[in-house]
Design a protein around this ligand. Structure first.
Ligand code: TYC
Length: 108
C-alpha cells in the first residue's frame, strides 16, 4: 500500500451511476372460466389448494367467475402461470369436472 493518495487523472468524462440491469419479468394472469357443471365446492378447493387463497377470498373469486364468466386467480411469471394452468386442468380432469383455466399477458 502506498503512503500517498492515488493521483486523479481527470479526462473530462462524467461518470454515471450504474443503472440496475435486471428488468422485471412480464407477468401473466391465470383465469378460471365458468361452466354449468363444475361444482362451486370444487372451484373453491382449486382456489385454496392451488392458488393458496383463503376460504373467503376463494368464495369471492368463485362467485365472480360464476356471475361474470371468468375471473383472475393470480398473477405469475410465465413458467409459474403455465404450471398453475396445468395443475388446475389435471386436478379437474382427475375429478371429472369440465373446469377450464387459461393464462394471458397482464398487459392486455
Ligand atoms: N357455474 C358453476 C355452478 O353453478 C360454478 C362454477 C364457478 C363453475 C366457477 C366454474 O370457474 C367456475 N355449479
Amino acid at each position: 500500500m502506498s503512503d500517498f493518495p492515488e493521483p486523479i487523472y481527470d479526462d473530462g468524462l462524467a461518470l454515471e451511476t450504474a443503472k440496475p440491469k435486471l428488468k422485471k419479468p412480464p407477468l401473466y394472469r391465470v383465469l378460471l372460466l365458468n361452466d354449468d357443471y363444475t361444482t362451486m365446492e370444487f372451484v373453491i378447493e382449486v382456489l385454496t389448494q392451488i392458488f393458496h387463497h383463503s376460504e373467503e377470498k376463494a368464495t369471492q373469486i368463485m362467485l365472480h367467475v360464476h356471475q361474470k364468466g371468468a375471473g383472475v386467480c393470480g398473477l405469475y411469471t410465465r413458467e409459474i402461470a403455465e404450471s398453475k394452468v396445468e395443475q388446475v386442468i389435471q386436478f379437474a380432469q382427475s375429478e371429472k369436472h369440465p373446469l377450464q383455466c387459461k393464462m394471458e399477458p397482464d398487459s392486455e
